[in-house]
Design a protein around this ligand. Structure first.
Ligand SMILES: [Zn+2]
Ligand SMILES: [Zn+2]
Length: 374
């Protein structure tokens, strides 16, 4: 279920100046605001409604790192490609006149239920919130799960986001990218706890071992790039999280990064380099290409499955505590125990962490400081 509320002037006035200026500039543009600014607007609205939000979380959100915008396209992506990159450039230019924040764009297909679809494809429940300017007023749109989790500060991955999930014997597990998105807000102090069943980690580690891959892919390098200007504390928190959860036995992030860079160079026979801020038009191009590849891979898989004379073996999923029994053929065809979804997937699909609160994990916000008694 989704909600829609107006941002009253009294709430707008509580937003930091940079956010007020951003929203002022965007009023005349056909965009949807997501990310940190949308979360902050919802938090300030909830505070005004008398909800208690931990002050340190509000504080973190009051310093946005970037402006996340969504741009509508009316025809297919390839057809609207030029229009989209033109309007992205023009918005960027207008904003840069008095705002020094990075601006990121994501295209979406315009339709009467676009907001609903956008909300159902976010990576975490607390990101299921967007702002849109209609009839002279900024409105906040958010889901019920977002409302539940943003108040208490819980990070829960959703199953609807892109590239966040892979299937392991029919069970949904986060990809490295999914883990990265989940840990990110935790490290930055924007959530207090995250939903992380222990079997997600054990199964993930088993699988990477089987494939001879890195436990966190190239994500130590992604962190090095995205957090190069972050505070020392944030960098240390990344090391701590990855170390505690078993993604690395190295307790010092730069060492892990050096190790990954080294491995990357050997494997790819070239030095690792991050492209600096890819232009929006390249992002769209990439999206079009990926969609084509996805379709092709899917057709190939389906063709293989059609030809296979399945021989099913039973796989029992004990780790998730629901003892799911799954029949699986080597071609990838899966028969689930009932007509319904697997119990462990069901929690994921409905973002229903309250039915498994044992899997909520907290992480120290700040290093413990031992005070000497006065
Ligand atoms: Zn088969
Ligand atoms: Zn299960």
């Amino acid at each position: 279920m989704n909600y829609e509320v107006n941002i009253e002037k009294s709430v707008l006035e509580k937003l930091p100046e940079v956010v007020q200026n951003t929203l002022g500039t965007l009023q005349t543009e056909n965009v949807i605001v997501k990310g940190g600014i949308a979360r902050l607007a919802l938090l300030e609205y909830l505070v005004q409604q008398g909800k208690y939000i931990q002050p340190w979380r509000l504080e973190r959100e009051r310093e946005p790192r970037d402006i996340d915008l969504m741009l509508p396209h009316f025809n297919t992506l390839p057809r609207d490609w030029t229009d989209l990159s033109n309007s992205a450039n023009s918005i960027k230019e207008k904003l840069s006149a008095n705002i020094q924040l990075r601006v990121d764009f994501e295209p979406f297909k315009a339709s009467p239920n676009a907001i609903e679809r956008i909300l159902s494809t976010r990576d975490l429940t607390i990101n299921e919130v967007v702002l849109s300017f209609n009839n002279g007023v900024w409105k906040i749109f958010y889901t019920q799960n977002c409302w539940r989790d943003i108040i208490v500060g819980i990070g829960m991955l959703t199953s609807g986001g892109k590239k966040l999930i892979r299937y392991d014997y029919g069970r949904m597990l986060p990809t490295n990218y999914g883990f990265f998105r989940l840990f990110r807000l935790w490290v930055e102090g924007k959530v207090e706890r995250i939903y992380l069943p222990p079997w997600w980690l054990s199964t993930h580690f088993q699988e990477v071992e089987r494939l001879g891959k890195e436990r966190f892919g190239n994500y130590a390098l992604v962190i090095a790039h995205q957090y190069k200007n972050a505070t020392l504390q944030i960098k240390e928190r990344w090391s701590l999280v990855l170390n505690k959860l078993g993604f690395t036995d190295l307790s010092y992030l730069p060492t892990l990064q050096q190790e990954q860079e080294f491995l990357y160079d050997i494997k790819n026979n070239q030095s690792f380099a991050f492209e600096e801020e890819r232009p929006f038009s390249q992002v769209i191009e990439q999206m079009i290409k990926e969609e084509q590849e996805r379709q092709e891979a899917k057709q190939q898989r389906n063709a293989q499955m059609r030809q296979c004379r399945h021989t099913f073996k039973t796989f029992e999923c004990h780790e998730c505590a629901y003892d799911c029994k799954i029949q699986r053929c080597d071609c990838g065809r899966i028969v689930k125990p009932t007509e319904n979804e697997l119990p462990c997937n069901w929690i994921f699909k409905t973002s229903n962490w309250p039915s498994n609160t044992n899997s909520l994990l907290s992480f120290p916000r700040q290093k413990m400081v031992l005070r000497t008694p006065q």
